[in-house]
Design a protein around this ligand. Sequence first.
Ligand code: SAM
Length: 295
Amino acid sequence: MNRTTPTESDPNTVGTVVLPYELVVPVADVYLVGYGMRAPNDFTLETVAVMKQAKRIFGVPPIDASAFGIPQMESLLPLYGPDKKRSVTYREMVDTLLDAAEADGPVVFATYGSAMVGTLPAHLILEEAASRGLRAHVSNTVSSFDGIWSRFNIEPFFGFQIWEATAFVTMEIVPDTSANLLLPQANVYGVKSGPDASRNLEIARTTTVAELRDHLLKFYPPDHRIHHVKAASGSGESGVNAVVETIELKDLDQPGRQLVSSLLVPRAPDYAHKGKLRLDFKMHISSDQPSTEEK
Ligand SMILES: C[S@@+](CC[C@H](N)C(=O)[O-])C[C@H]1O[C@@H](n2cnc3c(N)ncnc32)[C@H](O)[C@@H]1O
């Protein structure tokens, strides 16, 4: 463990962040850092400390946090290609990080939200670091899940399942209809390549999402109300609000309007109560945090 008494001679020192607390950050060669959904609101003290002292920061996407004394990030986005398989891109990202950590650490893999949510390269880096004799540490922070739970007033302890939308159908998963179901990447269902880094990260939208609808219809009624939700994200005032588009399941034959979003399939209504236990709570959208509701 490294405490906030760094010495210049220790290349793995995490940093001089003057705080009224003692900040304890493990020493590592490679850090996996999520910078949260809303920048800088979701930065943690550890995020800032780790990034300030990194030799190199690789961002997916990179952000400018120079006001916090965080060095400029190098972008890994050019590794994406419109017709390039994402598995190839991920391999290149992992090798870039681990090679750089071996050559001159510590290095940071920085991404939005949580580094451990929907970020395969981060999982591969964590898996492979030890076999290269590298120490890895994950700095946890807020993911899109947190924003979805707060927007819908969902208590995930009371039944919650998450499946990447394409995997959900491909693996013929049978959902537990007593629990809420979240399907990230429904809007890019079946899309395996891209995005196009040369065209503002443009990514093809799904043309086959009706397959997802047909699989869901085996378990839920056609009029079951489902929600495309984009949790609060981004910077400034425009990032404060969630955007929700509600449709009936039978109408899920095209992607939602917000490309970066997840599909929420609420539990079947019969399960709103289980015995004496109340599982669902009313949503409360305060007037200073309005949510855009699209029907
Ligand atoms: C590459 S993953 C990154 C997830 C991110 N690391 C996190 O912690 O949420 C991208 C997918 O996460 C989901 N996602 C990202 N941002 C979102 C948001 N603001 N609201 C809802 N889902 C989001 C979408 O399903 C999107 O296709």
